[in-house]
Design a protein. Structure first.
Length: 304
């Protein structure tokens, strides 16, 4: 039996996604999502916390996440993610993908992915989302790789995001080899930087230890801004910490910034960092001795 031609797959995907959008419009259930620029502007004005839901978080909630990823499925994780999505918090905004109104400006492979995602999971995802709620764009932390060059000013988008931590004391909570902001100027405008290292995989398995450590260390820092790059655990942490500390689930922003600086047209390895999205998850440890020394000075806790 011959394989389906790629053009036919793309055509079927586009039709299926269009029908899904039409269904949302007829039922009046299309989520209202502030775009990425509006999301960053809102953050700068209100200094609120951010919990982000991407495709992975929805798949974890639906217990469909494939094995081999950096966080295994668990009923407790699904329960906590649902709480974050449905329980309102005054100083917390919820971000979801801004792909319900169309996929203009995205690369072909990205459009293909989202079309397939919503054909398989769209109706289940919509059922999870509380109606009549204002959402923000989870892709504000991914402003580069998925987009066509077109008229996008990538440099300006990153510059606006950097204003969020301008002259702030950062507490970065991350996977052991994430090294957020290391080997670049992404967070060079911060007042100070401290780090808590967590397991790169299955961090949610020791969630209580992570939460307690972050709370303990954050209380010691004036005007602290917590940045969390830890998969779905970051989503839950932002929810649990937002009443006391501004906490942003910052996702893959650092990886995106490095790709932008490298002028990369596809996802590639980044020296000194672990990139979980690569098929070959090779860790290239190529930091200068000075960079490595400065990074190690910033680590105040390691949780395993």
């Amino acid at each position: 039996m011959s394989k389906m031609p790629i053009w036919l797959k793309l055509f079927i995907g586009n039709i299926g996604y269009s029908l899904f959008r039409l269904q949302l419009k007829i039922k009046g259930k299309k989520p209202s999502v502030v775009d990425e620029d509006g999301t960053v502007a809102f953050l700068l004005k209100n200094k609120c916390s951010v919990a982000r839901f991407g495709d992975g978080e929805f798949l974890w909630m639906l217990q469909k996440r494939q094995s081999g990823n950096f966080e295994k499925n668990s009923p407790e994780l699904a329960k906590r993610l649902y709480e974050v999505l449905t329980i309102p918090k005054k100083d917390l905004i919820i971000c979801i993908p801004n792909v319900f109104s169309g996929l203009r400006g995205l690369k072909k492979e990205t459009r293909k992915y989202w079309e397939g995602f919503f054909i398989k999971n769209g109706n289940q995802v919509i059922k999870l989302l509380p109606e009549d709620k204002k959402y923000f764009d989870t892709q504000f932390t991914r402003p580069y790789m998925d987009y066509l060059i077109g008229n996008r000013n990538f440099k300006n988008k990153f510059r606006e995001i950097q204003k969020i931590w301008n002259n702030r004391n950062l507490l970065i909570v991350e996977g052991e080899q994430s090294r957020f902001g290391v080997n670049s100027d992404l967070i060079s405008n911060a007042k100070s930087i401290k780090r808590i290292l967590c397991p790169s995989k299955n961090a949610f398995e020791i969630y209580d230890k992570i939460l307690a450590s972050v709370q303990k260390e954050a209380k010691k820092i004036d005007d602290v801004l917590i940045l969390v790059s830890l998969g779905p655990t970051a989503t839950v942490l932002a929810f649990d910490l937002c009443d006391e500390f501004q906490t942003i689930d910052i996702g893959h922003l650092d990886v995106e910034y490095n790709w932008f600086k490298m002028h990369a047209s596809r996802k590639v390895a980044i020296p000194g960092k672990y990139v979980n999205e690569l098929k070959n998850k090779k860790f290239i440890s190529e930091l200068s001795s000075d960079e490595l020394l400065e990074y190690k000075k910033q680590i105040i806790s390691k949780i395993d």
